[in-house]
Design a protein. Structure first.
Length: 122
């Protein structure tokens, strides 16, 4: 009759050469993890009111650089005129920065003091 040993061997098992002691010889356990990719941070282009830039110029800028139809552009322009500022659109950072450059460039070229900036949403 054979009996199994009830006490562990006094020496730890000798690892097989070239294989770590904890390696079970080929079994692979993969942890299931859902990968979460954060959406890019968005930036809003904000236009500021002033007393000198013509309303018509602002409307055209909103149509040209922010793809607004004339009706929407007029509403945004009036909101800026009444509230002091307004959001023209929301974009990824580089695109928002380009919009600001385009507006400032067009305003400068036309000799108007129109100001706008981009800022992170929230
Ligand atoms: N307040 C300007 C005017 O009365 C019009 C204006 C609107 C200017 C919006 C800038 O971002 C602006 N002529």
């Amino acid at each position: 009759m054979k009996f199994m040993a009830t006490t562990p061997p006094s020496q730890p098992p000798v690892p097989t050469p070239g294989r770590p002691a904890s390696d079970d010889g080929g079994s692979v356990v993969l942890e299931r993890r859902t990968q979460r990719v954060e959406p890019p941070k968005m930036y809003q282009v904000v236009m500021l009111n002033d007393d000198y830039t013509p309303m018509e110029f602002v409307i055209v800028v909103l149509q040209e650089f922010f793809s607004k139809d004339r009706e929407t552009a007029t509403q945004i322009m009036l909101k800026i005129h009444l509230d002091g500022k307004g959001v023209c659109g929301v974009y990824p950072r580089d695109i928002a920065a380009t919009k600001v450059e385009q507006v400032l460039g067009a305003a400068h070229k036309a000799g108007h003091p129109l100001q706008c900036l981009s800022e992170p949403v929230e």
